[in-house]
Design a protein around this ligand. Structure first.
Ligand code: NAD
Length: 499
């Protein structure tokens, strides 16, 4: 069985904690590798190496740092298929989805090529007689990031590309479920010209996360994952004096108005609800048709589409709609939530519980499920399922529909499908959710905008990527300088000249 490594100071390094985690092939259920789970000491060594390497990197001019990103983008294109293959084998998502995972991270790296412009700072000439004032954006030093299993290429790149182009060193603690791609990314960054020690990957679990949160050299921590862990990391990181941004779970509603194009809405729900087996924080997991007639029409369109979805391993070709979920525990959790939906009175109109695939009986496959007549008290409505399960909540009016989304504890993404501009505008303005789609089901902002939810989907002030990333990964220093030409004879300022 393959034994994976950390990536420390420019090389793959075996773990020495004696603790390991299993990495599965979700399609077969087999353990395909074991990943070392770092000790506090291993994390601390990586931080020391990073702290030694960072000042020289921080002093490299931004244009040269940006050139590393340019080259990195080229290398990602070169190795796209290889990265996607490794990613699919550990995560289970389809090959096109895996390429999309790499592509969306690559776009953040592309955005980072604009670093010289983003890091320019501000200058005020003659703020007073002989006085100039300027602000610089300086790197923080050593930054850390903790990432989830569901986008093992994109989310690490959301963090480390802006951190590094701003002149920081970065320690990544990726998900222990699919840890191979982050190591390949670190190697590509060095092939692109990044000095050793600036990007290191320390594999692990809570032990290495806690070590990161308490190491005094680490200046900032970024986290993406489930809400309970986001809350814990935000609280602990802030208490330890770090700059912290944490992104949590989601329950994304899509409102379907009576005037919506029902085919478009149904296609959108199927793509966004079941794509990547529902393991996306921007997946739509709740459909909210407005009015009984709209609901009937929508369900009628959805049922045959959901029944037709092809579930299989990524090796079966590009016409597979989604693959297995990530672990057996994830599968059991999804199936028990489905059972709770049935027990609590929801109507299961497409039942995927008996799904099985010949030759892959031990894989973590879950068939597509569609619920109708879900109510807000049910667990399947309140909890994030993170599986191929779409719940339909019938709303009597637009106000009731928008109220549902507004009252849910999560606020990551949402969408409305309508032909009416007034309704769409009202929805976009009033909704208390961070990312909104109008006739767009998964409104993921592009790299040059920022990504982030509201409410329990986020802890911290700044979003991922876009201009916010340059704020998160730098701190501002403002210099006021006075030169003799502004000083009158006798050494006094001519303050009158300022009036
Ligand atoms: P997770 O919270 O289980 O794990 C995320 C990271 O935290 C991993 O690196 C893991 O090793 C670490 N971790 C787990 N338990 C920990 C603990 N007790 N203490 C310290 N660290 C711990 O999340 P996941 O299952 O990998 O990912 C799925 C979740 O991520 C979903 O809730 C999804 O909505 C969310 N997510 C959110 C966004 C967003 O931008 N809001 C994006 C992607 C995924």
């Amino acid at each position: 069985m393959a034994e994976l490594t950390h990536y420390i100071n420019g090389q793959r390094v075996s773990g020495n904690s004696g603790r390991f985690g299993d990495v599965f092939n979700p399609a077969t259920g087999e353990v395909q590798a074991r990943v070392p789970l770092a000790s506090k000491e291993e994390l601390d060594i990586a931080v020391e190496i990073a702290a030694e390497a960072q000042p020289a990197w921080g002093a490299v001019n931004p244009q040269r740092r940006a050139r590393v990103m340019m080259k990195f983008v080229d290398l990602l294109h070169r190795d796209m298929d290889k990265l996607a293959e490794v990613l699919s084998s550990e995560h289970g998502k389809t090959f096109p989805d895996a390429k999309g995972d790499v592509q969306r991270g690559l776009e953040v790296a592309e955005y980072c090529i604009g670093a010289p412009q983003m890091l320019k700072g501000e200058f005020t000439d003659s703020a007073g007689p002989g006085i100039d004032m300027y602000s610089m954006k300086q790197p923080l030093g050593v930054c850390g990031g903790i990432t989830p299993f569901n986008f093992p290429a994109m989310i690490p790149m959301w963090m480390f590309t802006p951190a590094i182009v701003c002149g920081n060193a970065f320690i990544l603690k990726p998900s222990e479920r699919d840890p191979s791609v982050p190591i390949l990314l670190a190697e590509l960054m060095e092939e692109a010209g990044l000095p050793k020690g600036i990007l290191q990957v320390v594999n692990g679990d809570k032990v290495s996360v806690d070590a990161m949160l308490t190491n005094p050299t680490i200046q900032s921590v970024g986290f993406v994952g489930s809400t309970p862990i986001a809350e814990y990391i935000y609280g602990t990181g802030c208490a330890n004096g770090k700059r912290v941004q944490c992104f949590g779970g989601a329950k994304n509603h899509m409102i379907v108005m009576p005037d919506a194009d029902m085919d478009l809405a149904a296609d959108a729900l199927v793509g966004s609800g079941y794509g990547a087996a529902g393991e996306r924080c921007m997946a739509i997991s709740v459909a909210v048709p407005v009015g009984e007639e709209t609901a009937d029409r929508l369900i009628e369109k959805l049922v045959p589409r959901v029944e037709k979805l092809k579930v299989g391993p990524y090796t079966a070709g590009d016409d597979i709609d989604f693959g297995p979920v990530v672990t057996s525990a994830a599968k059991q959790n999804i199936l028990s939530l489905v059972q709770s939906g049935i027990d609590q009175g929801a109507e299961l109109v497409v039942d995927g519980r008996d799904f099985s695939l010949q030759g892959y009986e031990d894989g973590f496959f879950v068939g597509a499920h569609l619920f109708d007549r879900v109510t807000p008290e049910m667990d399947i409505y309140k909890k994030e399922i993170f599986g191929p399960v779409l719940s339909t909540v019938r709303a009597g009016s637009y106000e009731e529909a928008i109220g549902l989304a507004m009252n849910h504890e999560y606020g990551n993404g949402t969408a409305i499908f309508t032909r009416d501009g007034d309704t769409a505008r009202d929805f976009a303005n009033r909704i208390n959710i961070g990312m909104v789609g109008v006739n767009v089901p998964i409104p993921v902002p592009l790299a040059y905008h920022t990504f982030g939810g509201w409410k329990k989907s986020v802890f911290g002030d700044l979003n991922q990527h876009g201009p916010d990333a340059f704020k998160f990964y730098t701190r501002t220093k403002t210099v006021t300088s006075r030169w003799p030409s502004g000083i009158k004879e006798g050494g006094e300022f001519n303050f009158k000249a300022m009036d």
